[in-house]
Design a protein around this ligand. Structure first.
Ligand SMILES: [Zn+2]
Length: 86
């Protein structure tokens, strides 16, 4: 029997460590650009606590973590993804 150890990641907002499954993953994919929960490339994680994802500085934190500029359209998509989480 194979025991699966949870993959732990740090929320870019509160800096707490969580099981990967409980985090929203945002990846700067080298082909597709910014993708959610998928993709290959530099990734950032945000936990599902309202305090974190509704943080007014979250966009800045994401840009810093992904080392990229986020288009205004991204924020719309991001907010939709967050709504899906609830
Ligand atoms: Zn957090």
């Amino acid at each position: 029997m194979i025991q699966q150890t949870p993959v732990m990641r740090i929320c870019i907002s509160c800096r707490k460590t969580y099981d990967r499954k409980h985090l929203l993953k945002i990846t700067k994919d080298y082909k597709q650009g910014i993708v959610f929960q998928d993709g290959m490339g530099r990734s950032a994680y945000i936990c599902k606590s309202k305090k974190c994802y509704s943080d007014s500085k979250i966009k800045k934190k994401l840009q810093k973590a992904l080392k990229t500029f986020l288009e205004p359209e991204f924020i719309d998509i991001f907010e939709k993804e967050l709504t899906n989480l609830q």
